[in-house]
Design a protein around this ligand. Structure first.
Ligand SMILES: [Mn+2]
Length: 392
């Protein structure tokens, strides 16, 4: 199926409606120019094809990202819910997956992409990041050990989106899914869009705790483009779950988010420009180091400077360097026996250089290594996942 977006757009719209039975509502006709109508009709047709075929047809290429966004915004139509093909089984460091109830580290790929607002592609991130982990060394040089000589890891089958579910139903099902796994391990969700964080937190940290939230954006909207489950809203949902939130790296907020931070005692905000230029870096690290009780770590990859991680859905200038993020992790894990309930790495969009995927892959290895050391796995016998792999 194709819709020609050409000079005679009016004809194109009329012909398209006649051929497909999909019509532009009168109010849409008044509200938007013919070009927009044509894009909208294409979008509606694609939704129909997707429903019938269960996948995106290649004609999706005809629509520019900007116009999908515009039409969706004007008419409050849910944007593409992409369900990518995920090769199974996915692996970390190309190691065989351990049995789930024996795993010290559980990784759940969550290729969720429903409410993104700028660059698409985050649904492809879990598979791309995991594939890139095959290029990492087993040895982790900061803590100075090979974590998987001593630890077992399992990559779970990906949590597939189901376009027949509403946002609320999908997120409830994600929470139930995550709650079904053993809890005495390091749990890592690889997104996918940032809306998944509260759904994981609800499963892994049902009692009030602290969420360390690294992000370029405030993410505090109560609703965005018609959904309170948007990737722009996770902080609001975390607050309603009763958690404290420490946010850092933030460099894009809108007015009412600033007002919310000022009156909300549960949010501690370290703006990027305060951390980078006004000497708050050390006090931020101290805050991270002094966290008490259950903690959850959410890393939106756009917290990094775009020169370090260019592949994100909504890039922002400024942001953390690689070594700054390592310092944050070192502060978090320098306490023995940290009660870390879970981690997620979200919002990455795979890109041609693959530097972004490599950065995310290595970030996961660092988190696993530091957590393993903090929990004494380096003292345990060498019966980990790596011991089943031929290498060198
Ligand atoms: Mn975010």
């Amino acid at each position: 199926m194709a819709v020609k977006i050409g000079p005679s757009v009016n004809d194109c719209v009329t012909n398209f409606s006649a051929n497909t039975g999909i019509k532009c509502h009168n109010t849409w006709r008044k509200k938007c120019p013919p070009q927009e109508q044509a894009f909208l009709l294409t979008f509606l047709a694609l939704k129909k094809v997707r429903r019938l075929a269960g996948r995106d047809p290649p004609v999706l290429l005809l629509i520019s990202e900007r116009n999908v966004k515009t039409t969706a915004q004007i008419f409050n139509i849910p944007k593409t819910q992409r369900i990518p093909a995920m090769p199974e089984p996915l692996q970390f460091l190309a190691m065989p997956n351990a049995a789930v109830d024996e795993a010290d580290v559980l990784i759940l790929p969550i290729p969720l992409e429903r409410t993104i607002s700028f660059k698409p592609g985050t649904a492809d991130a879990p598979a791309a990041i995991l594939e890139t982990t095959g290029q990492l060394e087993f040895y982790e040089e900061d803590a100075g050990w090979s974590p998987f000589k001593h630890m077992k890891l399992s990559v779970l089958p990906g949590f597939a989106d189901d376009s027949s579910l509403t946002d609320a139903e999908l997120h409830a099902s994600l929470t139930r899914h995550v709650a079904s796994f053993p809890a005495e391990n390091l749990f890592i969700g690889i997104g996918g869009e940032h809306s998944l964080t509260p759904s994981l937190v609800e499963a892994r940290m049902p009692e009030p705790g602290t969420v360390l939230f690294l992000d370029a954006h405030g993410d505090m909207r109560t609703s965005y483009e018609g959904s309170s489950y948007s990737h722009a809203c996770p902080v609001t949902r975390l607050l309603s779950q009763g958690h404290k939130i420490i946010m850092a790296g933030i460099r894009s907020v809108y007015e009412s988010e600033v007002e919310l931070v000022e009156k909300e005692p549960c949010i501690t905000l370290f703006l990027d420009w305060d951390l980078q230029g006004k000497g708050q870096w050390e006090s931020f690290l101290q805050k991270v180091n002094s966290l008490q009780g259950p903690v959850y770590l959410s890393i939106d990859m756009d917290v990094f400077n775009p020169a370090v991680v260019p592949g994100v859905g909504t890039p922002q200038p400024g942001g953390f360097s690689w070594y700054q993020v390592i310092e944050v992790l070192e502060s978090l894990f320098s306490k023995k026996q940290i009660d870390l309930r879970g981690v997620d790495v979200v919002e990455l969009v795979p890109e041609q250089s693959r530097v972004s995927e490599m950065t995310a892959a290595k970030l996961l290895l660092k988190i696993i290594s530091f957590w393993g050391c903090a929990n004494g796995f380096n003292q345990k016998p060498e019966t980990g996942s790596q011991m089943q792999v031929e290498y060198e």
